[in-house]
Design a protein around this ligand. Structure first.
Ligand code: COA
Length: 551
């Protein structure tokens, strides 16, 4: 075991970046490449990966600190020879970096390798702008095109915004000039070297620049041009708390930091009026928008507000008796927000059914000795996981998410299932991946391990992401039925209550059978009632005769 420094790696050209999030805590165990910090430059927010597998011994920075390549942000305890024989892991990092650098062309070489101008006429020339290096990413979707054909732009103006699963990046213009033709559309996937757009570049002292100089300043010019499609600039400035519905086709013009802030505050950027150049939204605009919405809510005093949701006014509880206040933990606040968001956004319906698990229970109990040998306890949960995986495969309309902005259904070709775990610090939902490909013992071991990690606050962010569906089992506690809230953006959740012996009519007489109550809540936009009844019927069938799980 050795202690190694965690250094900021190559930042892809950015000099100094701000730490906007610390993802790990001291004592956390991480794998190599697990994200530990999120940093943000004015162009992109990026997660910095752990350089080694090991334990986080110390974090020496805080949110808001500015760091550069090579700065130490913490220490890690690294086992084995991760540090290398006789040299530190930090040295290895440095060497790997300098090797990489040696392979990169020198600045002069890369300048030479730039495509030669296609056409030069007097003071201007045509150029096809290509996608530059995307910091190692490729096939990154375009989430926004920041310019329109005919726009006059400066070098370094954002052309398009792309978003990988790790970072949002703006692709800057390498030239000043006029946008002639945009060669891509939103949703296209870009890689380094792809054609982006055609531009007319104004050479110094060239005709077009002289023309431009005779005209009003660039931004005024852009705004005074007749708009080919509705532009935010043309829309009236919202007054006070007035709600301004977005104009059809409105594009949001904002950088990654502003988008992140908006996501954190829950602000819909299409409703925010930008005060920056060309209607660009800056952080102050987002703050002003949120402030106006809050004022509106308070003025409403419980009356329906802009979003149609009545505010809740708290009385002074101390008039009724002694009270004390304590701050919510971050997890409680986050859970509260998620629950409310889901409950308000999703039209919920709950379908109930009972599964006869008499035979399943005898089989499960018969596995006790085998379980003791393996050191794994077989509870009903692995059977539920297996049955849900089979039902998701049979009824794939439950294995989707809705993208209402694009009016698309996202169909998933994998079956990852979240399990709700009750912990002393709140509800956590670790995710078991590829449930359809795992056996009952493997699922029993993995669910027990993840539930324990949840209780010990050891879950990594990646272990709580990617679920297609969730199971929330209160069976070990009690209750006959409940209506769970869908864990959006999933579209269904299975609630499981306590199994109980019940008299079941077999056509001749009542038989004592062990019945397991199931409550399936679903998003009625994605799933219709008949399919929900099919899903629970299929589950009762599978759990009623677990041999069918093998088919
Ligand atoms: N009916 C009757 N008994 C049940 C049962 C059911 N539906 N489900 C589990 N049990 C039994 C188990 O067999 C076990 O009994 P045993 O020791 O006699 O074998 C006992 O209850 C405890 O099981 P548990 O340790 O809870 O294991 P599990 O695999 O069933 O559940 C978790 C694991 C993580 C799901 C569970 O511990 C948990 O945290 N549940 C709460 C989830 C929650 O809070 N949801 C609410 C979200 S809003």
């Amino acid at each position: 075991m050795s202690e190694q420094e965690i250094k900021v790696p190559d930042l892809g050209g950015a000099d100094e970046v701000e730490i906007i999030e610390i993802i790990v805590s001291e004592g956390d165990s991480v794998e190599e490449e697990d994200p530990i910090l999120t940093v943000e430059s004015d162009k992109a927010s990026v997660e910095l990966p752990a350089p080694f597998a090991g334990k986080i011994a110390k974090i020496t920075v805080k949110v808001g600190d500015k760091v550069s390549e090579g700065d130490v942000v913490g220490m890690m305890e690294v086992s084995g020879d991760a540090g290398g024989s006789g040299e530190t892991a930090g040295q290895e990092q440095e060497e790997a970096k300098s090797e990489e650098k040696a392979e990169e062309p020198s600045e002069a070489e890369s300048a030479d390798s730039k495509p030669a101008p296609k056409k030069k006429s007097g003071g201007s020339r045509k150029e096809t702008v290509k996608v530059p290096s995307l910091d190692g990413f490729d096939n990154v979707p375009v989430i926004e095109i920041n310019v329109s054909e005919g726009d006059t732009i400066d070098a370094e103006d954002a052309l398009v915004t792309v978003e990988s699963d790790k970072a949002t990046m703006e692709v800057p213009s390498p030239y000043a000039g006029k946008v002639d033709k945009i060669l891509i559309k939103e949703g296209d996937k870009l890689s380094e070297g792809d054609d982006l757009l055609e531009m007319t570049i104004v050479e110094e002292g060239g005709e077009e620049e002289e023309e431009a100089a005779a005209e009003p300043a660039k931004e005024e010019k852009a705004q005074s041009k007749p708009a080919e499609k509705p532009k935010r600039d043309a829309a009236p400035q919202p007054q006070g708390a007035t709600y301004e519905p977005p104009a059809p086709g409105t594009k949001v013009h904002a950088g990654p930091a502003v988008r992140k802030l908006a996501r954190e505050l829950g602000a819909d950027l299409t409703r925010v009026k930008g005060s920056g150049p060309k209607g660009r939204i800056v952080k102050d605009d987002v703050h002003a928008y949120v402030k106006s919405q809050l004022q509106q809510a308070q003025q409403g005093g419980g009356v329906a507000t802009g979003s149609g949701i009545p505010g809740v006014k708290l009385p002074d509880f101390s008039q009724f008796g002694e009270v004390e206040r304590e701050s919510m933990s971050r997890m409680m606040a986050a859970t509260a927000t998620n629950m409310q968001r889901s409950w308000l956004n999703v039209p919920h319906v709950t379908q109930f059914d009972d599964a006869d698990i008499t035979e399943m229970e005898s089989f499960r109990k018969a596995q006790k000795a085998a379980g003791e040998k393996k050191g794994v306890k077989m509870t009903p949960l692995p059977f539920l996981l297996k049955a849900c995986a089979a039902a998701l495969a049979e009824l794939p309309q439950f294995n989707v998410s809705l993208d209402m902005e694009r009016k698309e259904v996202v169909r998933k070709k994998y079956i990852h299932i979240g399990i709700a775990v009750d912990t002393p610090h709140g509800l956590m939902v670790p995710v078991i991946r590829d449930v359809d490909q795992k056996g009952l013992w493997e699922l029993a071991a993995e669910s027990a391990e993840l539930a324990q990690k949840a209780r010990d606050k050891q879950l990594k962010p990646a272990e709580m992401q990617g679920a297609c569906f969730t199971i929330t089992s209160l069976g070990g506690i009690g209750g006959t039925a409940f209506t769970p809230i869908v864990n959006t953006p999933e579209v269904a959740i299975l609630g499981v209550s306590k199994a109980a012996m019940k008299p079941v009519w077999d056509g001749k007489e009542f038989q004592p059978r062990l019945m397991l109550p199931l409550s399936l809540s679903y998003d009625h936009r994605a799933v219709n009632g008949a399919d929900a009844a099919r899903f629970t019927s299929l589950l009762t069938q599978l759990l009623g005769d677990i041999r069918t799980l093998l088919l």
